[in-house]
Design a protein around this ligand. Structure first.
Ligand code: ZN
Ligand code: ZN
Length: 442
């Protein structure tokens, strides 16, 4: 059935012509709108992912890019199934739950166990195995808001590593308080991992109001038990693609200025903020700069399967390992569509004056100079680790984790004015670097 649907779509959907989009400063929004409306959710490895790859190729060509190609990579496919979480008597009720990406399902009859709560992953790691054995572990770690999303790194370990740490102590399943900052009754998904030598247990997230609810129940009745049902599908290895397009440099075509975003999204929203906005911004930036005949080549990379653990970015770095010396710069837009407020660099000492001059050109957009510690973005951090200079146009992410990885990540959350400001900033940064001969390398 699934194969039939995919091949039907191959005939009917992939042949759609790209809508004619005008080369103006609304282009980022128009691309984002087209991607979220016409493709929608695009879980890596799914039929929708393949449609997004076709969508990107069509639009790159229509926008006049000089070269457009795809690079395949293999990945483990995972598909969400039904999930439910029931509080057993005496407080019988349902909680809002969703599977974490990569999690196995439960046995058909579910897992019915007493629950034990920890405030953090670190607290779980120090627990007495007797308190955890055969129980459902609940990590109730709250995420605080801030403009940079700076607390995310300290909380997300519970999502990524919680199942392994809980299983080491004999737990039957893991549930976490969603790594998010919304008080809506949506759970936030996201990737989790197993270790080969630790038993695999199911892992899921509950919404923040439900985490508060469960915590109150446990303070009244520490013996509380839950029943978790979850059916996920892990069919094995499939192929996905990075989509790449270039505006060939007019003077130094062998020097690559890489700007990027990730094309895949989680399955429950339409991936407008994560990362349709970034896709729109970088596709538009390259297209609008073509008429200026930039001196270096502008390469736009739409990475596949970022959400599964930077899988497309790792494949890109491996495939282009020999040519990374020609990558004079890389950056990624992957933090929604909030206004850019700071320009962070990851340049060599010799290029810091150039970085400061570039910030002067961004200043009228309200963008301050940041530190020289930029990662460049999640996918681009892989390139930075191999010596490629990077920068980050820091966005205001105060409400980013309200929507992140939820069904609520949809087009209406985008402020077109802020998206236009992002595009302006990317145009200036990309133009200045593409027309410079400064060596940015560390
Ligand atoms: Zn992202
Ligand atoms: Zn994401």
């Amino acid at each position: 059935m699934k194969l039939w649907l995919t091949s039907l779509c191959a005939a009917a959907c992939f042949s759609l012509p790209a809508q004619q989009l005008e080369l103006n400063h609304d282009l980022a929004y128009k691309l984002l709108e087209s991607l979220t409306v016409e493709v929608g959710p695009r879980l890596a490895g799914s039929a929708a992912d393949a449609r997004s790859v076709a969508w990107a190729q069509r639009h790159f060509k229509q926008l006049g890019y000089d070269k457009v190609w795809v690079e395949p990579f293999n990945m483990q496919y995972w598909e969400r199934g039904q999930a439910s979480l029931q509080v057993n008597a005496p407080f019988s009720q349902s909680l809002v739950v969703t599977a974490l990406g990569g999690s196995i399902g439960t046995p058909f009859d579910g897992i019915n166990s007493q629950v034990v709560m920890f405030d953090t992953l670190e607290q779980l790691q120090q627990a007495n195995p007797a308190d955890v054995k055969n129980r459902i572990v609940f990590i109730n770690h709250a995420l605080e808001r801030d403009i940079r999303g700076g607390f995310y790194g300290g909380v997300v370990g519970g999502r990524a590593r919680g199942a392994v740490e809980a299983a080491k102590l004999g737990a039957s399943a893991l549930i976490i308080r969603s790594v998010g900052s919304s008080n809506n009754r949506f759970a936030h998904t996201g990737i989790m991992r197993y270790d080969d030598d630790v038993e695999r247990i199911p892992a899921a997230a509950i919404s923040i109001p439900d985490a508060q609810q469960l915590s109150k129940m446990l303070s009244i009745n520490p013996e509380l038990s839950l029943t978790l049902h979850m059916q996920n599908n892990l069919p094995g290895t499939v192929t996905s693609h990075n989509v790449i397009a270039e505006i060939t440099g007019s003077k130094r075509p062998d020097e690559i200025v890489l700007i990027s975003a990730h094309l895949d999204s989680w399955d429950e929203g339409t991936g407008a903020l994560d990362d349709g906005a970034g896709v729109g911004i970088v596709m538009a930036a390259g297209a609008l700069l073509k008429a200026e005949r930039p001196e270096r080549t502008i390469r736009v990379v739409l990475f596949g399967n970022e959400e599964g653990g930077l899988i497309g970015a790792r494949a890109y770095a491996a495939q282009h390992h020999q040519q990374l010396a020609t990558h004079v710069f890389a950056s990624e837009s992957d933090f929604g569509a909030g206004r850019v407020w700071r320009f962070d660099t990851g340049f060599g000492e010799q290029a810091l004056t150039f970085g400061a001059q570039l910030q002067q050109k961004l200043k009228h957009l309200g963008i301050a100079m940041g530190p020289n510690t930029a990662s460049g973005g999640p996918d681009v951090s892989i390139l930075k680790a191999q010596g490629v200079p990077v920068a980050t146009l820091q966005q205001d992410g105060t409400d980013y984790f309200d929507y992140h990885h939820t069904p609520n990540d949809t087009l209406d959350k985008i402020d077109p004015t802020a998206l236009r400001q992002n595009l302006e900033a990317w145009l200036i940064m990309t133009r200045e670097i593409a027309n410079s001969s400064v060596d940015l390398r560390l």
